[in-house]
Ligand binder design. Structure first.
Ligand code: SF4
Length: 357
């Protein structure tokens, strides 16, 4: 890449100017100086779009207005508020970090990029965001929006998911940072990527960088940024057997290191492909229940995660009075109390349809 100093200066100046005159992206965490709220918003927004994350941010800041309040939260309550956002490890790490900050660090966030990086669940992007927005430090943020704007404007085709590419973009972002107001610059580049230099159909005619933008001049916007890895999407097939007895449903907590860790679910039979009533009834995990009745098909739902599709089928299996189930690691919960438990989004949708919620 051979970029003139003028082109870099133009980039920074135009960007900051656009931020002060035309950037009308309004989100409640913008202008925020409280490191707790910045951190919370950044954790919620990892792998989540701003509009989807917004109600979660509002719910969390209302329930837990300070890091000390979050540290005192019961895991169950926090997971329930998180329900629907996915990637539950984020919530788990967030609670662990809140407890370290409230305890060992006496409620104070570290004020440097390096200090923030030492905390669990805080990576380079979040550390730079907190350091610059809360403490005015000169650390450039690099997220998907920043990669896109930089690769297009400067015409860089180094893969953004390669070690070399990451280093190159991080170095350039740091070099371009407007030191008089790092927070404004960081906000500006992220907002420009989110609202103008969008992944599909960027609004180049509204862009303050158009005059010197390489991708615009050379018609490369659809080719940049470049990624090396194409992520394979695999499908998992979950069959939920709804064991019911009177007004109670049997559920268990997913404790394994897998998707939906710490959330609840009915009795699960996972298989390499989809099962129907007959093949499910013959499956060893179903047979282990020693139920006399054949399961009844209730419906199916599909959920797409980043690298995975979860195909879920639900089956009814009422347990007759006096039936001896094998010892199961779970609990019988009255249907009216199910709303007090955290479930994955797919299960919530199904239970809602069944009017359990
Ligand atoms: S001119 Fe178009 S491609 Fe270039 S930075 Fe602006 S929106 Fe992105």
């Amino acid at each position: 890449m051979n970029v003139s100093r003028n082109s870099k200066q133009f980039f920074t100046t135009q960007l900051v100017d656009w931020h002060h005159t035309a950037n009308d992206r309004s989100l409640p965490w913008k202008q925020e100086k409280d490191p707790y709220k910045i951190w919370l918003s950044e954790i919620i927004l990892q792998q989540t779009r701003a509009l989807q994350g917004l109600p979660y941010y509002l719910k969390f800041t209302e329930a837990y207005p300070t890091v000390k309040a979050l540290a005192k939260a019961k895991d169950e309550d926090a997971f329930r508020l998180w329900q629907g956002l996915g990637y539950y490890n984020r919530c788990k790490n967030m609670l662990a970090t809140a407890r370290i900050i409230a305890g060992e660090l006496k409620g104070k966030f570290p004020q440097t990029y390096e200090g923030l990086l030492e905390l669990k669940g805080i990576g380079p992007y979040t550390a730079a965001a907190i350091a610059s927005f809360a403490f005015g430090r000169h650390n450039a943020v690099v997220d998907g929006n920043v990669y896109r704007v930089l690769s297009r404007y400067f015409g860089i085709d180094s893969p953004i998911d390669s070690t070399e590419g990451k280093k190159e973009f991080a170095g350039l972002a740091q070099e371009l940072l407007y030191k008089n107001d790092s927070a404004a610059y960081n906000q500006a580049i992220m907002d420009l990527g989110a609202t103008v230099c969008t992944p599909a159909s960027p609004k180049c005619s509204d862009c303050p960088l158009q005059k010197h933008c390489t991708a615009y001049k050379q018609e490369l916007t659809t080719l940049l940024p470049v990624k090396v890895k194409k992520t394979a999407v695999s499908t998992r097939y979950f069959h939920y057997v709804l064991l019911t007895s009177g007004d109670k449903l049997w559920i268990r907590k997913r404790t394994e290191s897998d998707i939906w860790q710490n959330l609840y679910e009915p009795y699960l039979v996972e298989h390499t492909h989809s099962l129907d009533v007959t093949t499910l009834a013959a499956h060893p995990s179903y047979k282990a229940l020693k139920l006399k009745a054949v399961p009844e098909y209730e419906g199916s739902l599909k959920q797409r995660l980043t690298h995975r599709i979860i195909e879920t089928r639900f089956f009814n299996a009422p347990v007759k009075k006096g039936t001896q189930l094998p010892e199961l690691q779970g609990e019988w919960v009255p249907v009216s109390a199910l709303k007090n438990y955290g479930f994955p989004k797919t299960i919530v949708s199904f239970l809602e349809k069944k009017l359990y919620f």
